[in-house]
Design a protein around this ligand. Sequence first.
Ligand code: T3D
Length: 266
Amino acid sequence: MTQPAPSSDPVILSRTQAGVRTLTLNRPDKLNAANDALLLTLTAELQAAGQDPAVRVVVVTGAGRGFCAGQDLGDVAGRDMTFTEHLQHTYNPLIRTIRGLDKPVLTAVNGVAAGAGASLALAGDIRLWARSASLIEVFSNIALVPDSGSTWFLPRLVGYHRAFELMALAEKVGAEDALRLGLCEHVFPDETFGEDVQRYAERLAARPLHALALTKRALQAALSSTLDQALDLEAELQQLAGDHWEHEEGVLAFREKRAPDFRRKG
Ligand code: T3D
C-alpha cells in the first residue's frame, strides 16, 4: 500500500488559535488536488486533533484560490491499487474520520470544490463558504461515479432528482445557490473569509463540547434509524450528558444569571 511521500512543502498546514485547529490543504498550484500524501496526512491530522485536549473545533480549508479539485489526475496512471482499493485506503477513512470525530469539523470552502473535493466540502458538520466558492460534482466529466460520500450527502440535502442532475451534468453551483440548496450554512465575503471563519469557529469552541459530541453521534445515527431507535438513543445519550460537569455548569450559570464557562476543565 502507498504511504505518504516525503516532500519539502507540507501538503497540510496546521495552526491552532483559541482552541481552533485549522488544517489547510496546501497544493495551491493544483487547486489542492488530492494525492495520497495529502489524503493520508489530512486523516492523520484530523485524528490527532481529535485526541488533543487543546483542540475544541477543527477547520478544514484550502490554500490559494481552490478548496480541493478532487483526485490529482496526474497521480492515477501507474498506480499500484485498484480504484476500490484506493478509495478504501485514502478517501473513505478521511470521510469516516470527519464524521466520527468527537469534535465539530467545519469545512471552510474558500474556492472551487470538485469531485472528491466536493464530497469533502459536504462532509463538514458545518459548511462555511466564501462568496466566490463553488462546487462541482465533476466525476461524470471523466466518466466516474461520485465517491467519497457524495452519493450519500447530496440526495439527503437536495433530493434524488436534483442530486442526479448535478452529477449527470457536472454543473457548477455558486455560493448563493449553495446556500439556497442547503449545501452550506453561511457565505462570507472573500476579503474577510479567514477572519469570519475563525470568529465563527471560536463561537462554536465556547459551546459545551461533550454535549455537542453526543449530539453529533445522535444526529448521525438518526439518519439511518427509525423514530423508536432515535428516541431510545436520545434517552441513553441524555444520561451521559446529564451526568457530565458541562450540564451542572450550564444549570448553575442559568441560576446565577451569567454566561456558562464550558472551556474550563470539569
Ligand atoms: O482515483 C480514485 O481513487 C478515484 C477517486 C476519484 C475522486 C475524484 O475526485 S475524481 C474527479 C477528479 N477531479 C477532476 O476531474 C477535476 C479536474 N479539474 C477541473 O475540472 C478544473 O480544474 C476545475 C473545474 C476544478 C477548476 O477549473 P479552473 O478553470 O478554475 O482551473 P484550471 O485552470 O482547470 O486548474 C488550475 C490548475 O490546477 C491547472 O494546472 P496548470 O495548467 O495551471 O498547470 C490544472 O491542471 C490543475 N488541476 C485542477 N484540477 C486538477 C489539477 N491537476 C491535477 N488533478 C486535478 N484534479
